[in-house]
Design a protein around this ligand. Structure first.
Ligand SMILES: [Zn+2]
Length: 113
């Protein structure tokens, strides 16, 4: 499952940081997830609890911030925010949009002890 490997990646980052910064527990972790990342949030939450069990992040609260996708419109040549890859341009209604961002996922913030 894709989301489990994402969680394992997150755990790797957390464990590196725990070694570097010397914290022993994570209370809260905030992720930013782009609208085009293809990440299933329910599956991510489910995988998160399972993957973090037994680690410094066991029981950590997972917060997810949805980032809109960005796309350039061929019709009005504006760069617009859209929440769906198939959306029309919110400015001119054009259907020819070139996605430019929104596929990212990153750890924004961590509250540690
Ligand atoms: Zn447009």
């Amino acid at each position: 499952m894709h989301e489990v490997s994402i969680c394992e990646g997150i755990l790797g980052v957390i464990e590196d940081q725990a070694r570097t910064l010397g914290f022993t527990a994570v209370r809260r972790i905030t992720l930013e997830i782009g609208a085009f990342s293809g990440v299933e949030q329910a599956a991510l939450r489910f995988g998160f609890d399972a993957v973090m069990r037994g680690s410094v992040a066991e029981g950590a609260l997972l917060e997810i911030i949805d980032l809109p996708g960005r796309a350039r419109c061929y019709d009005c040549e504006d760069v617009v925010d859209i929440m769906d890859r198939l959306a029309c341009c919110p400015r001119c209604g054009g259907e020819r949009l070139l996605p430019e961002g929104g596929g990212e996922m990153r750890i924004k913030d961590m509250e540690v002890v």
